[in-house]
Design a protein around this ligand. Sequence first.
Ligand SMILES: C[S@@+](CC[C@H](N)C(=O)[O-])C[C@H]1O[C@@H](n2cnc3c(N)ncnc32)[C@H](O)[C@@H]1O
Length: 355
Amino acid sequence: MEYMSAKEAAYKWGISQRRVAVLCSEKRIEDATIIGNMWIIPTNAEKPIDARALRYVEKDEKHVKPFLKWAGGKGQLISEIEQYYPFDNNVTKYAEPFVGGGAVLFDVLSKFNLKQVYISDVNAELINTYKMIKKHIDELIQQLRVLQELFLPLSTEDRKLFYNSKRERFNYLKANGDESVNIEKAALMIFLNKTCFNGLFRVNKKGLFNVPMGSYKNPLICDEKNLRAVSSKLENVEIVCGDYRESQRFIDEHTFVYFDPPYRPITDTASFTAYTENLFTDKEQIELARFVDTLNNKGAKVVVSNSDPKNSNTEDDFFDNIYSSHKIKRVEANRMINCQAQARGKVKELLISNF
Ligand SMILES: C[S@@+](CC[C@H](N)C(=O)[O-])C[C@H]1O[C@@H](n2cnc3c(N)ncnc32)[C@H](O)[C@@H]1O
């Protein structure tokens, strides 16, 4: 019989060496033998089915939550936004063309069993991650497990080195990778999001992810239960990397559309719109408002959110003017206006609707 080392088995099966050792000691790999303190494994051994994966599949998959922390995430506005959900026998489709981390998407998917759902974003790495969760959840979870098992036991200094090497790898793949590295890119995106400072995906002018490591003691890098639930909820969701206008072909009179475009910055110094290499200018906010008019004419039900410019200038009627034919509600949100602590606190957000 031919044997391989635990390291070789770990590489072959896409799991950590430690996990291989655990599987061997649990006698889940036939004919695995210990020599000294090293396991050797028959080269023809099958990778054991992971009991943890099966356990999660059986659990309640109804509730799903965002798998990434995202700049401008709408988690804390759900209780306001859900009041608009118009789903009934007539409104059976949902579109979220600026999906980001998808706080509203996952709330909708948790609460309603809709047949047709459309999401998009211009951020290619973000959309790749949604697609990999949908199509390759097992491989993705394997890779996240390996990252988690390698990262957590390290000292802070070694974590930093590990984090920086993964960040470099992610940026390299982002610039040079082809389709064959899509699962790895998605795993790295989740890993970096869970371990970086403030948990936010930001890129510099060159399009490189440059956020330093955060100081989370025990980050949950591989939230297997939620990821599997998200994967099955995304089964019937159309996922598009592109401009919000592409959603037009999907949207009709049976569709509820939620637009959460990049914020119009509250202050000149707060660059909250830098999610991707692109910024969202006033001209683009106006174009979006006209697009909403087009969807209104199609009979769709639309909600748009944005920051209220009146937070910093009570005379600023920008959104009141561009959405003059729609309803505008001002609601309170806790969020950071700029980097200075004294400027944090309650601000008003706008919820604009055509119904
Ligand atoms: C405020 S964030 C959305 C946050 C999301 N609601 C959440 O809960 O995480 C805005 C998103 O719009 C995306 N975006 C920017 N310009 C876009 C465009 N022209 N078309 C589609 N998406 C765009 C950004 O990449 C970003 O993810």
